[in-house]
Every structure is written in structure tokens, then in C-alpha cells.
Write a protein that binds this ligand. Structure first.
Ligand code: ATP
Ligand code: MG
Length: 422
């Protein structure tokens, strides 16, 4: 127990953290190009926020949350997704009274109690964006295009955008009647969960993964066929914008967001080669959410969440090379105790000049120091021995060419800066 990380969590070790830096930097860069600004919200929130903001009929709230009582007897929950906290912060800081839209991005760990497997963990990470304060379809198109540009800049071009509309309370009323009548007739052949959802949140039945349920609802009515004029126009305009940007999409009537505050656009970005966990990014419009969690009426929003572990799996599967970080610029090899002491002054001077430098800390022999210098991929090795100390110079070895030359100590920093283009 003591020396094992909790089930469903993973250490990100130094040997792979560069991949995380790479995708994080890329995401920040793309968000900044689209003028989305970073927001950081707490890792835990009041449990009620997620019950309301994610929806108490969802799997997340019903089965997957890490909730606990703190010492003050408050019920808190580790965030299972990124949106609710961002919306809470938007309301709490009255950002709706600023010039709109407000465009956020975030990078956050998320926590869900699920069965761990490839691309599914209990602690995982999401990149996400939220654009609030406008209900025009161009914003939906922008949100989707940001995700696509991000993937594209990572060399991932063959993803499928699946697009749907889940309507609005207006058209959903009519659909709801038809859907409920249909489901009533299937009651006997659907699973227990479907029977529960049927009552509280019937659209979610479409999401059921049980094969017999899937088979039995093959002719289920879909929201897309019941859209009101306003929702239909929004959906059509969104497609025009996507076409204008040459973004490939396909319409998938089965993408559902069953809750009241989800409106119109719902989309998923799918990678066929990720197996069962193929949705790498999912999002949609949530025009009723701000009001649902206590904010003013009529503030629209749209966003997506993107699974970072799945993104990295995808990059791995595609063999998309992430450039490994540079090794050390300089490794200092010392011969004798006096050189060991003196080398610290030199090391410190190099570091102050932003030259990546290191030296031995475990009393290696000279030979072993050279070997280690190779291991840390040093571009140059600086050698300091007795003679060097006496005559104020160091010997510099280019580790690539094995060329060696002597450099006056007082010129070392300047010379290295030149050699390293710093
Ligand atoms: P799934 O159907 O795979 O469970 P979801 O609908 O629960 O996904 P969302 O809540 O839409 O997922 O989260 C957005 C993205 O976060 C997903 O598309 C996926 O890439 C990622 N994600 C969700 N749950 C996990 C998890 N347990 N481990 C790793 N990534 C996850
Ligand atoms: Mg899930």
C-alpha cells in the first residue's frame, strides 16, 4: 500500500514530463492566438455545485464523484470536470458585467471514480475552454476550430468532428413527449438504468452502452428531427461556418447532453485508433447553466473538455515525435579536492548566465565523471585539474567532436555564450 499510488492514478515521471510540457505549451499558445485567457479554479468545490452544474442524473454525479466531509462538516468534491468551477468563478466575480464574450481556457486535474483502463483513470487531466456571453453560432464554430487547430498543430489531422443539436427547452417539449411515449413501449426490454433515466432524463437512454438496449432502441426518435426554427437555423449556420474554415464534420444524432441547460450544439472529436476510449474531446453549448448555478438569466456559454491522457496516447499511437529536451550545456569534471571546491564558483557563474550546467555530487572518479557527462547529454565538458587551477584556465571538450581546447577562466562565460548562441 505505502509504496503504491492509489488505483487509477499515475505518476508523471521526469522522463516523460517533457511531453506534458509540450502539449501544455501548445495549448496555451493556440488559446492565446484565439484570445482565450487562462483561469485556475480550486481543485475542490462545494458538492452542490457539481450536483447542479453537472446534473444529478449523470453518471458523474451518481457514481463517479470523490466527495468528502471536511472537518467543518461541509460536503466538498474533487472536481470531476472543469466547467462548473469556471462558471462559478465567472458568476462570483461578476465577470458577466464585463465586455462580452468572456473567453477562458484551463488545464486541470479531474477526479472520477471509474474502472481504470487505457485512457481511463481516476485522476486524469483536461484541457478545456469556455466562451461565455454570446449565443451566436460563430462562437460554436470558433470553439470547435480551436480544438481542431490545436490537434492539427500537434500533427493530428485525421480526427472526426461529430456534430449534433440537442435543441432548446422550447423544441424539447414536443420531442420529450414523443420520446417518452416511445420509451414507454420499450420499458420491458431496456435495462434498469434506462428505466430510471426514462423518468428523469430520457434523452440519456440513447447513451446506454448495454448491447441489448442499443439493439432495442434502434428506431428511437432523435432530437435533431424535432428542432424548432431557431435551433435549426443555429445548427445550419454553425455548419456553414465550419465549412468556411474547411473543417470536416459529420452529423451524429446520437450525441446527447440530456440536461435542461444544454442547448443546441453538442459535439465530440473522435479518434478511431483509440479503441473503446475514442472520444478525445467533447463539448457543447450550455445556455442555461449560468442561471442554473445562481447567476443572472440569459447568459449563454459553450465549451469543451479535452482528455490529456487520451491526447498523449493518440500522439504515441501515431508516433508523432515530441522533441526530447536538450541535455546540459556544460558538465564540469574536476580532478582533486581543490578543483572540486573551485568548480562551484564556476558552476554558479555559468548558471547565473543561464547556461545549463551541472557537476558530480557523488564523488565519481574522473573516468566516471566523463561517463556521466555523456549520460546527461552535455554539449561541452569543462575540465578543471591542478594545472588548470594554478594557471587560471580550464580545458573545454566538445562532446560531439571530442575537440579540446584551453580557455582562460576569465573568458569562460563569454566564450561559452558564443559557442552556445546564448
Ligand atoms: P467517456 O464517455 O469516455 O466516459 P465522458 O463523456 O465521461 O467520456 P467528458 O465528461 O465529456 O467525458 O470529458 C471530456 C473528456 O475528458 C473526454 O472526452 C475524455 O477525453 C476525457 N476523460 C473523461 N473521463 C476520463 C477518464 N476517467 N480518464 C481519462 N480521460 C477522461
Ligand atoms: Mg465518463
Amino acid at each position: 500500500m505505502l509504496n503504491k499510488a492509489p488505483r487509477g492514478t499515475k505518476d508523471i515521471l521526469p522522463k516523460e514530463v517533457y511531453k506534458w510540457h509540450f502539449v501544455e505549451d501548445k495549448f496555451k499558445e493556440v488559446c492565446s492566438i484565439f484570445r482565450y485567457e487562462e483561469i485556475r479554479t480550486p481543485v475542490f468545490e462545494h458538492t452542490e455545485l457539481f450536483e447542479r452544474g453537472v446534473g444529478d442524473t449523470t453518471d458523474i454525479v451518481q457514481k463517479e464523484m470523490y466527495s468528502f466531509k471536511d472537518k467543518g462538516d461541509r460536503s466538498l468534491t474533487l472536481k470531476p470536470e472543469g466547467t462548473a468551477g469556471v462558471i462559478r468563478a465567472f458568476i462570483e466575480n461578476k465577470m458577466y458585467s464585463d465586455v462580452q464574450p468572456t473567453k477562458f481556457f484551463y488545464m486541470t486535474p479531474c477526479f472520477r471514480y471509474e474502472r481504470p483502463q487505457a485512457g481511463r483513470q481516476r485522476e486524469f487531466h483536461q484541457f478545456g475552454i469556455e466562451a461565455l456571453g454570446s449565443d451566436t453560432p460563430s462562437l460554436d464554430a470558433e470553439v470547435i476550430s480551436l480544438a481542431i487547430q490545436f490537434f492539427s498543430e500537434l500533427g493530428i489531422e485525421d480526427l472526426i468532428v461529430s456534430l449534433n443539436s440537442v435543441g432548446c427547452p422550447n423544441c424539447r417539449k414536443e420531442y420529450d413527449k414523443v420520446l417518452r411515449a416511445y420509451l414507454e413501449s420499450k420499458k420491458e426490454v431496456l435495462c434498469e438504468t434506462c428505466n430510471e433515466r426514462m423518468v428523469k432524463n430520457p434523452m440519456r437512454v440513447i447513451d446506454c452502452k448495454v448491447p441489448t438496449c442499443k439493439e432495442n432502441i434502434k428506431d428511437i426518435p432523435y432530437m435533431l428531427d424535432y428542432l424548432c426554427d431557431d435551433c435549426r437555423e443555429h445548427f445550419e449556420l454553425l455548419q456553414k461556418y465550419l465549412e468556411e474554415m474547411n473543417i470536416n464534420y459529420k452529423i451524429d444524432k446520437t450525441i446527447v447532453r440530456g440536461l435542461d441547460y444544454y442547448r443546441k450544439t453538442a459535439f465530440e472529436i473522435i479518434a478511431d485508433d483509440l479503441g473503446a476510449q475514442s472520444t478525445v474531446c467533447a463539448g457543447g453549448r450550455y445556455d442555461g447553466l449560468v442561471e442554473q448555478i445562481g447567476g443572472p438569466k440569459g447568459i449563454s456559454g459553450i465549451g469543451f473538455g479535452l482528455g490529456v491522457e487520451r491526447l498523449l496516447l493518440l500522439l504515441e499511437n501515431k508516433n508523432n515525435e515530441i522533441i526530447t529536451p536538450d541535455g546540459a550545456d556544460i558538465f564540469i569534471v574536476t580532478i582533486g579536492d581543490e578543483a572540486k571546491l573551485k568548480s562551484f564558483g564556476i558552476l554558479s557563474e555559468l548558471r547565473k548566465n543561464h547556461i545549463t550546467a551541472d557537476k558530480d555530487h557523488v564523488d565519481r572518479s574522473v573516468k566516471a565523471q566523463f561517463k556521466y557527462s555523456d549520460k546527461v547529454n552535455a554539449k561541452y565538458t569543462v575540465v578543471i585539474g591542478e594545472d588548470e587551477l594554478k594557471n587560471d584556465y580550464v580545458s573545454l571538450k566538445n562532446m560531439n567532436t571530442s575537440e579540446q581546447k584551453n580557455i582562460k577562466l576569465s573568458n569562460l562565460v563569454e566564450e561559452l555564450k558564443n559557442l552556445l548562441n546564448k
